[in-house]
Design a protein. Sequence first.
Length: 161
Amino acid sequence: MSRTSVIGVTGHRRLPQAVLPLVRRGMTAELCAASTSGALSSLAAGADQLFAGLALDRGVPLTAVIPGMDYEAHLGGEEVRASYRRLLTSCAARVDLPWERTHEDAYDAAGRWIVDHADRLVAVWDGHPARGRGGTAEVVAYARRTGVPVTVLWSPGVARE
């Protein structure tokens, strides 16, 4: 009997158009695996919201992992916040993390929570260092240190915005 698995996501907030086809295909392939039983996302702009929407479109139960702060106010423009609210209402579950001292601490805690509760991680990552604590590179490094398999999705030669 095959074991079911939960997929977490981490990734950049701004995705160049050139990476979107590869990222969508890769995320869809991960979500369509026969063993997938759930998905974890913080519902941030970019990779997180794309992954969440694809999971919901495929009927994969989605858990929102909300950093412990005034998260929605820091997501970006109204379009991103509206998408966040729409996705959040469609989630099967919501995990609200404790309040953290700074936004970066909160992002770091959310990334670690996702890794700690995922069987595998999808990372939409250009391979460069994080631009702040809790960034994609740090979440990927944490997953690798803890033995969680990581699938990196990015088009070679494409620069992050």
